[in-house]
Design a protein around this ligand. Sequence first.
Ligand code: SAM
Length: 255
Amino acid sequence: MAIRSRKRFGQNFLTDANIIQQIVSAINPAPTDHILEIGPGRGAITNLLVGSCHLDLVEIDRDLVERLETLYPGVTIYSEDILKFDFSRLRSPAPIRIVGNLPYNISTPLLFKLFSHSERIEDLTFMLQLEVVDRITAQPSSKNYGRLSIMSQYHCDAEKLFQIPSSAFTPRPKVESALIRLTPRRNPTLVANDLELLGQILVAAFSKRRKTVRNALASHLSGEDLQRLNIDTGLRPENLSPDDYVRCANYLSNK
Ligand code: SAM
């Protein structure tokens, strides 16, 4: 039977049994884990998680929720949009683990939402568009480095686990995917006093990534400010480390 798939919910279902097994081995569920799966769909990953941990599901597509309720009678299923989900409803004394083969259109806003709850999260294991994984893990001075790399690496240690070919899905997406693990950093070396300000500085810097830092950050910091921060004003925004940007934001918030 053909699999019905709703494009607006980014439904590309995993159908390659070996890849599904590899993903679940990477998650490595334990009986004491409380795992939240986002977008279980037709249950490709869920089938191998259920029974091996405490599992909750969040799925936006009501038709799929009905199916999931029949398949997994003991599991709590939230029939909701994860972008509107209130994480305090998950009654778990310990930080939770979050997994999912994410719809590509919500991955960036979802990551930013999850970063703001990182104290409640043990780790995130997500399948994302390869390009997004490369942006998250990019190092300074590389072409993929930008706002997403800096915010992700400020909040989490990020590890690209493995690539997944588009042939592993039905229907087959136009892009390649990769599995990534993000582990919230409990003791960051440098703490940002004002995350919103850090975000604003990053938007300014990377909307003008071809300019020098001096020009790109002119609306926030003068050349003198940058010198005080020991930042070479001739560098480009992509040459600064995440810590450099946190230092800029803290300097401004203390001023
Ligand atoms: N986990 C399944 C698999 O691997 O085959 C399905 C993955 S499919 C790429 C994405 C799933 O997320 C779909 O089931 C879709 O309905 C669901 N979804 C899309 N947007 C969502 C949202 N905002 N909140 C919760 N679930 C969502």
